[in-house]
Design a protein around this ligand. Structure first.
Ligand SMILES: Cc1cc2nc3c(=O)[nH]c(=O)nc-3n(C[C@H](O)[C@H](O)[C@H](O)COP(=O)(O)OP(=O)(O)OC[C@H]3O[C@@H](n4cnc5c(N)ncnc54)[C@H](O)[C@@H]3O)c2cc1C
Length: 754
């Protein structure tokens, strides 16, 4: 989900516009920081034990900020078999080595990190772990990715792995293309437009020789830590400008909003959102049947808040801000899951890139064969390969990666032969794809204040609350006096059908209403542009959101490949970072890895490539479920006692043929052990699934017996039951983590480094 700048330097769905400390962001701080962390001279060998331990901890923190849990492997690492045994000393050592490699590369993202370089700082006895970690990080796009000029000499020159057609030259398509080429694939990109970048589109405004660059699509890099776009900017030495926190608000008549009223309503807004969170916990799965908008309105009435006209307008401004963040009207967003990606938000400053994001796109295109004006109408996929039809041309390859926006998939302008699986079609239908529009204006001078990056405007009417509710000043990065007005929510839709000159007059009236009384003259703009992302046939909207009846798992379904031939990337395929530029970029890296691994698997077993499934042993599972953490009739749940995060994974077991018990959240261990005994005697069938704590809680809220809950499990949570032995690598990892946490065995940090 996209987010809005707020005063504390972060961006959130709950803008806190406190006073700002003006600070220019400098990515080299990160370099310095990391340089200090790894101790400068990487060849230093004579460090004390304490120093090494400290470094190991710091490297673990850097890895954590990049999305690697402190004490656990990522599911992909388990799947890749990076260690021979889960949960033991080897895994411990692997994590230390992996964190070290990650830190080494982040310290200097401009140069390729070779295995041999890492060997200099890791003891020889860990060579096998070093290889395993290095290969995992390299082939999964965690190191050595991007656009550094020096990389070209390190990547595969010959295309030996197979061929891939990529549909769409947006961030997802371009990141996948570069990564696949570096892995040794033959790649072509088919793009319908006459330009690359898709929803990243920097338009030149003004006169030749004095152009200003303005981003009409994706503009703010939301959270710099761990952000791959921050890496690209560092590789290209492009300066970033931190979006400053100060965001004054103005009333419909142009007068500044009183500070006290402003902070009071902000508090109310935040409290309402907290109440939504509490309420949906009580409502369980049913919260997904209702919209965030209706719950907020009911709560507002119930608590009788924001009753004066000014308060109501201020609250509407916050609602508009939320609609901007989600590119969707509140009446469409799922009350249960609208913020499902919150835990994964990137930390760090929100920044504009000097000269516009086009600079990243241009660098990403370098050396990639892109064919423009090739609107794809049909994608055919079989067991043997793929055919992609664009106009009267047919392109053939081993695989195809489709990166077109969700709006295009919803419109069904591309025909898939055979049809996409029903479950993918249903997810495409369920997920929301909303609208955000912009009016970009180039003025002869900056009249809104050099130190202001954002200011807001309150609408008189609720249904127009998103109309020009937020202004972005791009004078610091665009090369001219550029101001952009945002149009979100319902207003974004009517904007598409309104004459641009009418809209421009509206914006100028607002600006003159604000600045006129301050004695500041607002000149006519030299040039203006109104976007219409909703009518754009290569997008049909701006970005995705979780609509009523949808959930985060729909993003996962969108990301599923079909038959190992047809792959999908793009902002609407990445559950953790949807609706963002970095999400699109990361989804491209993800699919490049998936394509590489499935190609390897096919090469190793050309006739049939079935992944060997394995899972925890029956004894381990039986042992674990002797002490369930939650129980309800035939359903038993176990979780990692050291991880209370609602997203943390556990296991559910259902026994068929067992007399049903009461729904009881706390279980007596003796009783459970007795049941276990009885199970074995009765020879019952037991099936399992891996699920998150919050999903378990949701399931327990479902009224009715076991079958109602199972129906909810399949239909709403999209989870499957399976035998313990086929729970796979994820099941294995979850089991190992819970067992080890229960044994109370703290992680014994043994440094694998010298
Ligand atoms: C107005 C607006 C503001 C935004 N602001 C931000 C922001 O501030 N920060 C942020 O992080 N994100 C922002 N985003 C979201 C971000 O821009 C997108 O998430 C990201 O760019 C999507 O990249 P993508 O590769 O998934 O899709 P796209 O960039 O849409 O790429 C898909 C490509 O497929 C092509 N295509 C479509 N159909 C066909 C076809 N039939 N044949 C061939 N080619 C086809 C398209 O032309 C396009 O080039 C914004 C988006 C919009 C629209």
């Amino acid at each position: 989900m996209m987010t809005t700048p707020v005063s504390d330097g972060s961006v959130s769905k709950r803008p806190k516009r406190t006073r700002a400390v003006v600070k220019s962001y400098d990515e080299s701080f990160m370099d310095d920081l990391i340089e200090k962390h790894i101790g400068g001279d990487s060849k230093k060998r004579s460090r004390t034990k304490e120093e090494l331990e400290k470094e190991t901890e710091r490297e673990a923190l850097i890895a954590l900020s990049l999305g690697f849990p402190i004490d656990e492997l990522l599911p992909q690492e388990i799947q890749a078999g990076v260690v021979s045994e889960l949960g033991g000393k080897e895994q411990n050592d692997y994590i230390v080595v992996r964190n070290h490699i990650l830190t080494r590369w982040r310290a200097n993202v401009r140069t390729w990190l070779f295995k041999a370089q890492v060997k200099e700082t890791v003891s020889r006895e860990y060579d096998h772990l070093l290889s395993s970690a290095y290969d995992f990080l390299l082939y999964n796009g965690y190191i050595n990715f991007g656009v550094s000029a020096s990389f070209s000499s390190s990547v595969s020159e010959e295309a030996t792995e197979g061929s891939v057609i990529i549909v769409g030259a947006g961030l997802a398509g371009l990141s996948a293309a570069r990564q696949l080429m570096s892995f040794g694939f033959k790649v072509i990109v088919l793009e319908g437009r006459s330009r690359p970048g898709g929803r990243v589109y920097t338009q030149k405004m003004g006169k030749e020789g004095a152009y200003a660059a303005v981003d009409l699509g994706g503009s703010v890099i939301t959270g710099l830590h761990a952000n791959p776009l921050g890496v690209l900017a560092r590789q290209l030495s492009i300066p970033l400008h931190k979006v400053r926190d100060n965001c004054p608000l103005y009333k419909p008549d142009g007068a500044p909003v009183d500070k006290e009223a402003d902070s009071n309503v902000e508090l109310i807004f935040n409290k309402l959102l907290d109440k939504v969170t509490q309420l949906r916990e009580i409502m369980g799965g049913f919260a997904n049947q209702i919209s965030l908008g209706s719950v907020l309105e009911k709560l507002r009435q119930l608590y009788a808040v924001a009753r004066t006209t000014e308060e109501r307008q201020l609250l509407d401004w916050h609602f508009a801000n939320l609609e901007y963040a989600n590119a969707g009207c509140l009446s469409k967003l799922s009350a249960a899951y609208w913020d499902q990606d919150d835990p994964y938000e990137m930390d760090g400053d929100h920044c504009f890139l000097a000269g516009g994001n086009w600079r990243l796109i241009r660098a990403l295109c370098n050396g990639v064969p892109i064919f423009y004006g090739k609107t794809v109408q049909t994608i055919r996929y079989t067991n043997d390969g793929v055919e992609v039809v664009a106009g009267d041309q047919v392109f053939q390859a081993d695989m195809v990666l489709c990166t077109v926006p969700l709006g295009v998939l919803k419109k069904k302008t591309i025909r898939f032969e055979p049809d996409l699986p029903q479950r993918k079609l249903a997810a495409i239908e369920r997920l929301g794809f909303g609208l955000l529009n912009k009016v970009a204006m180039l003025f002869p001078r900056v009249f809104w204040g050099e130190d202001v990056d954002t200011f807001g405007y309150l609408s008189e009417f609720s249904h127009r609350r998103g109309e020009f509710f937020l202004f972005y000043g791009y004078h610091t990065v665009s090369g001219g006096a550029v101001l952009v007005a945002l149009v979100a929510g319902e207003a974004a839709h009517s904007f598409e059908y309104t004459d641009p000159s009418t809209m421009l007059h509206c914006v100028l009236d607002i600006l003159r209403g604000i600045y006129g009384p301050k004695g500041i003259d607002v000149p006519n703009p030299i040039q203006s542009i109104c976007t219409r992302w909703g009518s754009d046939p290569f997008s049909y909207g701006s970005y995705s959101h979780v609509r009523v009846q949808s959930s985060g798992s729909d993003y996962d379904i969108l990301a599923e490949n079909v038959g190992g031939r047809l792959y999908f990337a793009g902002e609407a395929t990445i559950r953790q970072h949807p609706a963002t530029m970095h999400g699109a970029y990361l989804s491209g890296l993800r699919e490049a890895s998936r394509i590489l691994f499935s190609t390897k698997a096919r090469q190793n077993n050309p006739r049939k490539c079935i992944q060997k499934s394995f899972g925890p042993s029956n004894e381990t599972l039986a042992d674990l479920f002797k002490k369930p953490d939650l129980a309800c009739g035939e359903l038993l749940f176990v979780f990692n006692p050291l991880n209370e995060d609602p997203k943390s994974l556990g296991l559910m077991r259902v026994s068929f043929g067992k007399p049903s018990g009461d729904c009881n959240t706390e279980v007596s261990n003796e009783k459970a052990a007795d049941n276990q005994h009885q199970d074995i005697l009765d020879n019952q069938v037991q099936l399992y699934t891996v699920l998150a704590r919050e999903q378990a809680r949701e399931l327990l809220q479902v009224t009715g017996g076991t079958w109602s809950k199972l129906s909810y499990l399949f239909k709403r949570l999209h989870l499957k039951l399976m035998g313990g032995s086929v729970l796979g690598v994820l099941g294995n990892s979850v089991t190992a983590n819970i067992s080890s946490a229960r044994r109370g065995r703290g992680r014994n940090r043994v440094s694998a480094r010298t």
